[in-house]
Design a protein around this ligand. Structure first.
Ligand code: ADE
Length: 240
């Protein structure tokens, strides 16, 4: 999979060079390219923003550098990309979005700052013939200073679902929200050695070696923890 990220803070994405995603990049499973939006400005100050039409606080990112950058980045590989624009006003990015995007050959991320990117950029690329459309997504109901942290989250979530990225493919199947038995559940508690730590014991069943009973216990614990922590995920969530 090829991933391009356009940002005014390229260094922010350095975190993708370490750990799991860093290894996937090293192994050629992810072909990552980070670009500085200011390379596509023409003025002395390398300006990327302007005041909002209609007034109001803050600044809006101008469509010109974005159009120039995205056209140029598009031309650097054959596959038509999906343009992903992280924004608090987007649709929710979930585990199923991550699973769907883990199979996409090419993603281009546009990181907005300030009050966001001029809306015509999303409008233009959603109808552009050599693109796979535009996804404006939010990673949660809070406002970040920019899209960069959201890109780190999204790339890590989808990257670990690319075949070969996780050492043990089994481990993604038991994740919270994984399709199948875990679809609307969070994962239950986990334990390792020692059996007794500060007077707290590992549940007996996990030491039994009885795989059937362990699976039943884990399913019940996932259910219990979902009720406790995430009642909103239940088929009939209690009123908020
Ligand atoms: N940019 C700012 N806040 C964001 C959020 N919650 N999700 C995605 N992108 C964002």
């Amino acid at each position: 999979m090829r991933i391009d990220v356009v940002t005014i803070f390229p260094q922010y994405l350095d975190a993708l060079r370490i750990s799991l995603i860093g290894r996937a990049t090293g192994a050629g499973l992810i072909d990552l390219h980070v670009h500085d939006l200011r390379e596509w400005t023409n003025d002395r100050h390398r300006t990327v923003d302007d005041t909002p039409y209609g007034g109001g606080p803050g600044m809006v990112m101008s469509p010109e550098p974005w159009g120039a950058a995205l056209d140029d980045v598009r031309a650097r590989a054959d596959a038509a990309p999906l343009l992903v624009i992280p924004t608090p006003s987007g649709t929710r990015f979930t585990q199923s979005t991550a699973a769907a995007w883990s199979g996409v050959p090419r993603l281009v991320f546009a990181c907005g700052r300030y009050e966001g990117i001029d809306s015509r950029v999303a409008q233009h690329y959603s109808n552009a013939p050599d693109w796979q459309g535009v996804a404006e997504v939010s990673i949660g109901d809070y406002v970040l200073a920019g899209g960069e942290a959201a890109v780190l989250v999204i790339v890590e979530a989808l990257g670990r679902l690319i075949p070969g990225v996780l050492g043990n493919q089994e481990s993604a199947a038991d994740d919270s929200f994984a399709p199948g038995a875990m679809a609307d559940l969070v994962e239950g508690p986990v334990f390792t050695k020692p059996v007794n730590w500060r007077g707290l014991e590992v549940p007996e069943v996990l030491l039994s070696g009885h795989h059937g009973q362990i699976a039943t216990w884990r399913a019940a614990e996932a259910e219990r923890r979902t009720v406790q922590m995430r009642p909103d995920l239940l088929p009939d969530p209690p009123e908020a």
